[in-house]
Design a protein around this ligand. Structure first.
Ligand SMILES: *Cc1c(COP(=O)(O)O)cnc(C)c1O
Length: 421
């Protein structure tokens, strides 16, 4: 459930009409609902309530500091994958002992940053990283708390670009080598083993791959404990999918996911950490865009929008579907038309949808892409020198710009011409 609904025929974010925001900030823009973010976070904390737990929001899905503050104030921890994201978490006021650091390519600088300001744990993904982290920790005179990310070799049954738990993927260490790698970690100075980490992919729409992976993690916990390692935390990653198409059957709910965790891992007495991104942020955001032209082609009509692939790359990158709604609701009797919905960028890949049934639309009409909160703004670029679009946060009847559209001056001033040119 989210808080983007029609009221008197006009699409609202909570109590604010999207058309009102469009008039104030211009299009295109991202709009997030605080009530929806809150609700989705709470679904996870409720689902895990029978076990000691920490829900760490995956910042990479939506990294605006205002959103991080909102979630952090509710008690969320954060999952970061770069020094930049770590700085965002600190800027949002999140306590370092609630920040976990993931990612296959952490640099020595990033390790220093996190060890200096504090970190809950590093989720280490390789043996060279273990050695590098140990060396940085020794140099700083700090102890680095770690889990090791194991790759359980399960098929997450999701899009190939976001499946991470098969042995051919670059992530983690093969689970059958875990005993060896944990022994090495235990022997290295200034590392403190606290648990095990696993993350098998994103946009999972079935529980079965999680179940397979978590059963392997349960076995591994017992094995490692038998070897004398202290395993007190299990970081289970993110990955629960969301319904991008309202018409399709819904993916499992956090409640069912929580019950699965309890069933497969509850008996171990570990603190459970999860790192959901998409399920918290995805349906908490929409992208609002304006129709520039309706172009009648030979065999189809094109809806040319002022948003493009640089603003929302998921359709061109993953072939992803986003529901598109007219901001002003069509009369019930209106017959749908079929449109190819495209942006102005000079690439055929700049297509949001083909043959999409929509009510008849005209230039200057507004449309909203649903489920655009996750992997939307964070993946945007300024391709074609199109300014990054603003982000707006709504709570109740209030809204605020939480990232402003840059001016052309700011954009152009980032380039410099060498004196010798
Ligand atoms: C991407 C990622 C997440 C978040 O995934 P979602 O599908 O957005 O829930 C969590 N943990 C790690 C390590 C990731 O790479």
């Amino acid at each position: 459930m989210d808080h983007f609904l029609y009221r008197n025929g006009s699409l609202h974010a909570e109590d604010v009409a999207l058309s009102e925001i469009a008039a104030a900030v211009g299009t295109p823009f991202y709009c997030y609902s605080a009530a929806t973010l809150t609700r989705h976070y709470q679904l996870f904390t409720e689902a895990l309530s029978p076990m000691p737990h920490l829900v760490c929001f995956a910042i990479k899905s939506l990294s605006n500091i205002a959103v991080l503050k909102l979630l952090g104030d509710l008690g969320a921890g954060m999952d970061v994958v770069s020094g930049g994201e770590y700085r965002r978490a600190l800027a949002a006021g999140v306590s370092p002992d609630k920040i976990v650091f993931s990612g296959v390519g952490k640099t020595a600088e990033e390790m220093q940053l996190a060890l200096t300001h504090g970190i809950r744990q590093f989720n280490v993904e390789s043996e060279p990283e273990l050695r590098a982290l140990s060396a940085v920790a020794v140099a700083l005179g700090k102890i680095a708390p770690i889990t090791i990310r194991v790759n359980p070799d399960v098929d997450a049954k999701t899009h190939e670009k976001i499946a991470t738990g098969k042995k051919e993927n670059k992530f983690g260490i093969p689970i059958n080598r875990a005993v060896e790698v944990y022994a090495e970690a235990a022997a290295l100075p200034n590392l403190q083993i606290v648990g095990i980490d696993v993350h098998i992919g994103s946009q999972l729409t079935e529980l079965e791959p999680f179940e397979q992976a978590y059963k392997k993690v349960a076995e591994l916990t017992e094995t490692l404990r038998a070897q004398g390692h202290s395993i007190t935390r299990l970081d289970l990653g993110g990955g629960l999918g969301i319904p991008y198409e309202r018409s399709n059957s819904a993916p499992p709910l956090p409640r069912e996911y929580g019950a699965l965790i309890q069933r497969t891992l509850g008996h171990l007495g570990c603190e459970i950490e999860i790192e959901p991104g998409r399920l918290i942020s995805g349906n908490s955001g929409v992208l609002v865009s304006k129709v520039i032209y309706v172009k009648n082609g030979e065999d189809r009509d094109f809806l040319i929008l002022d948003a493009a692939m640089n603003d929302l790359v998921r359709p061109s990158m993953y072939g992803a579907h986003h529901d598109i709604l007219p901001v002003i609701e069509a009369e019930a009797a209106t017959e749908a038309q079929s449109y190819d919905v495209v942006g102005p960028v000079c690439e055929t890949g700049d297509t949001f949808a083909k043959a999409r049934p929509l009510p008849p639309l005209q230039a200057d009409d507004l449309v909203a892409f649903r489920s655009a909160g996750a992997y939307g703004a964070v993946m945007a670029s300024e391709y074609n020198t199109r300014p990054l679009i603003p982000e707006v946060l709504v709570r109740g009847d209030q809204f605020a710009v939480i990232r402003a559209r840059p001016s052309y001056e700011e954009i152009l001033n980032r380039d410099s011409i060498p004196t010798w040119l």
